[in-house]
Design a protein around this ligand. Sequence first.
Ligand SMILES: *Cc1c(COP(=O)(O)O)cnc(C)c1O
Length: 407
Amino acid sequence: MITINENYLKLQASYLFSNIAKRVTAFQQAHPEKDIIRLGIGDVTRALPPACIAAFHKAVDEMGTDSSFRGYGPEQGYGFLREAIAKHDFQARGAEISADEIFISDGAKCDTGNIQELFTQDIKVAIPDPVYPVYLDTNVMAGRTGNFVDGRYQGLVYLDSTKANNFVPALPSEDVDLIYLCFPNNPTGSTITKDELSLWVKYAKEKKALILFDAAYEAFIRDESLPHSIYEIEGAREVAIEFRSFSKSAGFTGTRCAYTVVPKECAAFDSQGNRQFIHPLWNRRHCTKFNGVSYPVQRAAEAIYSEEGQAETKELIASYMRNADLIRQEMATLGYDFVGGENAPYIWIDAKGDSWEFFDMLLNKAGVVCTPGAGFGKCGEGYIRLSAFNSQANVEKAMARIREMGK
Ligand SMILES: *Cc1c(COP(=O)(O)O)cnc(C)c1O
């Protein structure tokens, strides 16, 4: 008899986006004349940078000639991309990371989901609330939690991110072994300072814990004092794995390219308490289960680091951040309490009541779609997320409508 992994039965159906879609469809049917503006989506809207497209085309043509054709590449990624990343994203910022510590992949979602395979089932896992749901669900699938009771899985340590702590969770009061952190944060748009991040690195060292640092939004950082990488913090090489993605930084959500950094010193412990380096284990997993990102996509990603690519991605990010500024200005004028949008494409707004009621009000009165915070965890209740991923014209129109709504 084939039996099922019953951990999958514990998973909560994600009603968030289907519920949003249902309400939007109902509204559209009732008001076919009204155009709806979507500020709820965590997906980019603007085209790939021209430098990436040119490199992409060129690489596709190379695949069409026997002499330049490429078959299987190195599973960890081509040297040309790993070296460009190490140099521009780390060494240029004073973070000591070498090319062979970088693993190219098809997404930070897959990587953050897959990494926990390397650890035992009985570890104590700390996960922020509100959160990007992947960290949570993959640990449920692996059997590291009990059932879902009162909005939370039993057996996990939740790191509350609230107004009281400025949306940067405090160190847990009970000992944990694996810690997920995401800064700049999705969904709150909040950031962490070097001093605050140093506390986590120090904690991980003391407790022999490991930090999984998701930096998918580092490209949106404008405040020079904020860390782009956890490896800007002394000692982080021993206790942290970092996840990056070209999805939000260069519009690669549909093209697929990301990477994970596993420093050589980074270790976990075996049952005898001996240090076991993670790099060879992740390398083994990656080579066994993954066959590399396609050559043209890696060439397109490499082009991000060219002079044109740097200028174009900078402008791409700046265009989204102008939208974030418009949203922040309007929310401030209207007297809403919010965080984010300064170093992240998300603005996290206090709905002063129920998330879904606020969602319905924005939809019905302004024709604007947001994301109810309750969909990201218990601490998201009473908040909504607005996204800067849209055209400036749409954001301006949405803000004008929200202004009217208040009159
Ligand atoms: C969008 C996003 C990612 C990127 O995922 P990809 O699989 O690389 O597209 C990673 N983490 C967070 C928190 C995100 O919002």
